[in-house]
Design a protein around this ligand. Structure first.
Ligand code: HEC
Ligand code: HEC
Ligand code: HEC
Ligand code: HEC
Ligand code: HEC
Ligand code: HEC
Length: 366
């Protein structure tokens, strides 16, 4: 009985499987139905946007020629000449003593610095055949092509905030990272001082080792920010508070109206600031000597230099500082003098900061 029942159940299972399999089988196709009537025509859609429309704002031959023509009017391209008969970018790249210069002065040096993080050029002989700061120095690849959501991408080599050399050199634990935002961070890399001034309250005196000691030619970004000078005395504006820092930028002034005519010697890739960069905010400005700022700064620079002469710090024949030990404040005043000389904006980069530096530096000698 038991046996029969088991085999019976087995049979039933086989049967169930067969039925299940049979159920999934399709029958033969039925006869074709009659064709339906044609639908009405749709209305024409509006023309689509060319896939590359956003690209050809920048990527046309005409644009490239216009930008290149501007670039060829710039000092980045038309480097000044050295007494050696070399351009500055050749001079400040070649040979073992110039390994620390190539990073800011040449295309290859800057590219290497941005890849390795090392400002000092790796080749112990420095860089032969340096190129000027050109397209490939500043541009490499797009990070995004979704300009609508991510903002315009100018394919810049770097827009990262910059750890300033002078502060790290003074005290590595006190490094300062400057973020000017967007395109201007690119400029900060090279347009920053290299050498810090004497540290306030570090000692009674300080040695100026040679007539070439000083912050070096790039204090533009730190001036705009209002940091890093020898801040003796009081009255300095708060760091980063200047309206020229908060409301303008390196590129909004020096690359103003980037797409203007090619034969204009200003704006865009000439990096020569047009007056229109000022009149947006100062409607009555007709030149950079607005409210007499450049004359005032020039006068105070003359007064400060006279103090160096009067105090036996200046060689009037060579028109240079006499190397030697001076009080900390005297050296700081000289550091500020060089800073403003090298800034070369005549006060415009930060009117309040530069004026305060000058007033307080002159006061050191009174
Ligand atoms: C706001 C200006 C601008 C726009 C818009 C733009 N580009 Fe560029 N692009 C540049 C610049 C500047 C460079 C680098 C210099 C050069 O090559 O002229 C560059 C470089 C490139 C390069 C070579 C480097 C790389 O990233 O591989 C490609 C490819 C490129 N762009 C593709 C595009 C495409 C595709 C679009 C549209 C979706 C576009 N670009 C839109 C400015 C622009
Ligand atoms: C952190 C970047 C940086 C480094 C490093 C640097 N320079 Fe410069 N240098 C600049 C900038 C920016 C200018 C242009 C400033 C201007 O035109 O207002 C400049 C200008 C100069 C000038 C021209 C001065 C003039 O009056 O026209 C000389 C010469 C020079 N540098 C030599 C050197 C030498 C030599 C070294 C290495 C020992 C060096 N630089 C390292 C950024 C740098
Ligand atoms: C010193 C750095 C630097 C150099 C050198 C440079 N560019 Fe630019 N370029 C910039 C910056 C910064 C911007 C973005 C400007 C802005 O933010 O308004 C830009 C923008 C552009 C644009 C798009 C904006 C426009 O002008 O319409 C093009 C195209 C371009 N560069 C091409 C070139 C070419 C080609 C060269 C070489 C002939 C070159 N750049 C050299 C820094 C540089
Ligand atoms: C790779 C380093 C580097 C970068 C990045 C760079 N510069 Fe320069 N810049 C220099 C050097 C070096 C000089 C001096 C060139 C020479 O005389 O050989 C210079 C010269 C200049 C000058 C002309 C100074 C004069 O004597 O007429 C201006 C203005 C200027 N830069 C502004 C800018 C701005 C704005 C940016 C950012 C968009 C920028 N630079 C990015 C290195 C750089
Ligand atoms: C408010 C506008 C403004 C801003 C912001 C600004 N500059 Fe200037 N800059 C000027 C003017 C104006 C001069 C003086 C030009 C002259 O007298 O021909 C100048 C001078 C300079 C010079 C001296 C060479 C020259 O062109 O005569 C350099 C280099 C320079 N600026 C770089 C920079 C850098 C880098 C930044 C950003 C850190 C910056 N500037 C920010 C307006 C500005
Ligand atoms: C974004 C607006 C803006 C732009 C662009 C601008 N400035 Fe100014 N500027 C101001 C403001 C606001 C002040 C006063 C507050 C301050 O100094 O922070 C000022 C102050 C000044 C001062 C000091 C005035 C005084 O009474 O001591 C001078 C000089 C000056 N600007 C010149 C210029 C020049 C030259 C340019 C063009 C290269 C320029 N500015 C571009 C907004 C601007």
């Amino acid at each position: 009985m038991k046996r029969f029942k088991l085999s019976h159940i087995f049979m039933l299972m086989l049967l169930a499987l067969a039925v299940a399999a049979g159920c999934t089988k399709e029958g033969p196709a039925g006869p074709q139905g009659t064709a339906g009537t044609d639908g009405t025509n749709g209305t024409d859609g509006t023309d689509g946007v060319d896939g590359n429309a956003s690209c050809i704002q920048c990527h046309t031959l005409a644009k490239k020629e216009a930008v290149t023509a501007k670039y060829e009017m710039s000092t980045h391209f038309n480097s000044n000449m050295m007494y050696t008969g070399q351009t500055i970018y050749q001079y400040a790249s070649e040979g073992p003593n110039r390994r620390s210069c190539a990073g800011c002065h040449s295309e290859q040096g800057f590219v290497e610095w941005q890849y390795t993080g090392e400002l000092t050029y790796a080749d112990t002989n420095g860089l032969q055949n340096a190129w000027p700061v050109s397209c490939v120095a500043c541009h490499d690849m797009h990070s995004t092509l979704d300009f609508e959501n991510d903002g315009t991408d100018y394919a810049l080599r770097t827009t990262d905030p910059v750890e300033l050399i002078m502060f790290t050199e003074m005290e590595p634990s006190q490094s300062v990272v400057l973020d000017m935002g967007g395109s201007s961070n690119l400029c900060v890399n090279c347009h920053q001082p290299r050498t810090p001034g004497p540290e306030i309250a570090s000692a009674d005196s300080f040695l100026i080792p040679s007539p070439y000691w000083g912050p070096h030619h790039g204090p533009h970004s730190t001036t705009l920010e209002g940091i890093g000078a020898f801040e003796i005395g009081a009255g300095y504006p708060e760091a980063g508070s200047s309206a020229h820092r908060t409301g303008a930028s390196c590129t909004s002034c020096h690359m103003h109206s980037a797409t203007a005519n090619t034969d204009e010697q200003e704006g865009g890739h000439t990096w020569h600031t047009p007056i229109s960069a000022c009149t947006e905010c100062h409607e009555d400005a007709t030149d950079f000597n607005y409210k007499n700022i450049q004359n005032d700064v020039g006068d105070m620079m003359d007064q400060l230099k006279q103090k160096f002469i009067d105090n036996g710090m200046w060689n009037t024949e060579s028109d240079q500082i006499i190397p030697g030990s001076y009080t900390l404040n005297q050296v700081g005043a000289y550091y500020n003098y060089l800073w403003i000389l090298d800034d070369r904006s005549g006060g415009i980069h930060n009117p309040a900061y530069i004026k305060t530096m000058l007033i307080n530096s002159i006061a050191v000698f009174n």
